[in-house]
Design a protein around this ligand. Sequence first.
Ligand SMILES: O=C(O)CCC(=O)C(=O)O
Length: 282
Amino acid sequence: MGADVEPRASRRVPRAGLRGDAAPDRRRGAGVDPRRGAGDRRSLRPRGRAHRLHHQGPRRRPRRRVLRLGRGRALLPRGGARDAEGRLVCPPRLAINKIGHALHDLLPEFREFCRQPCFGELLRDLGYAAPVLWQTMFIFKQPRIGGEVRWHQDATYLISEPACVTGLWVALEDAHRDNGCLWVQPGGHRTPLRERYEVDWSTRTGTLHTVDATPWPTDAQAVALEVPAGTVVVFHDHLPHRSSHNHSATSRHAFTMHAAEKGAGWPSRNWLQRPKLGDFAL
Ligand SMILES: O=C(O)CCC(=O)C(=O)O
């Protein structure tokens, strides 16, 4: 279990809120995916607007189509599921990239999974006094369709003050090089934060700012995290990580949880807010 874990005893936690739009996508070309087409979305139409966590990309960029299910669940179509003209080239269920970000709040199965004592105990072992879960995602990487996730650091997209977000990435299936496993830079959690994604809610515009010119790891600096199903990979929020396209005939699905210290600062420039859901304590 784990990649680049360090104790965080000194870190404080964030407040709760809920809101959320202008959600970023970390795939290559994220936010600038011009491949939009009608496809067959009928069975995925949103029902209700309750907790709108995630609905469209930043306005200054071409909009990506995000299918809201209502009550905090959103489906992000996967770029590799479309042809050059934007037509869906696979059954709609295989085109889903991820479902998030309040699964743990809204669905009993995910709530029970996240409430398993091992997760809270793990975070307390890392130095959290009162870890709270900010978001969860089901990440799909379908055979031959699942796309690349470019190098990034989680603190780019989840801004806490001080930085105190830990990611728990749970392998739901065996992950290996061929089906798009994670790659990380050993020791990379000590490198500076390179980018910050900030939202201006007055214009509902999200912008990815470069804040440090440190280059992303080279292939020689990266290691593949080939792990069996059931493995939990623990991410420091400055750890550079990426995953590749799934070229294989087998899927590589994962479930992720991002936690931070209760009471830590959670600036309004975060795309993810929880104004209605309250704290989800682990
Ligand atoms: O599962 C993947 O392919 C990427 C997940 C990831 O980068 C993240 O959750 O931050």
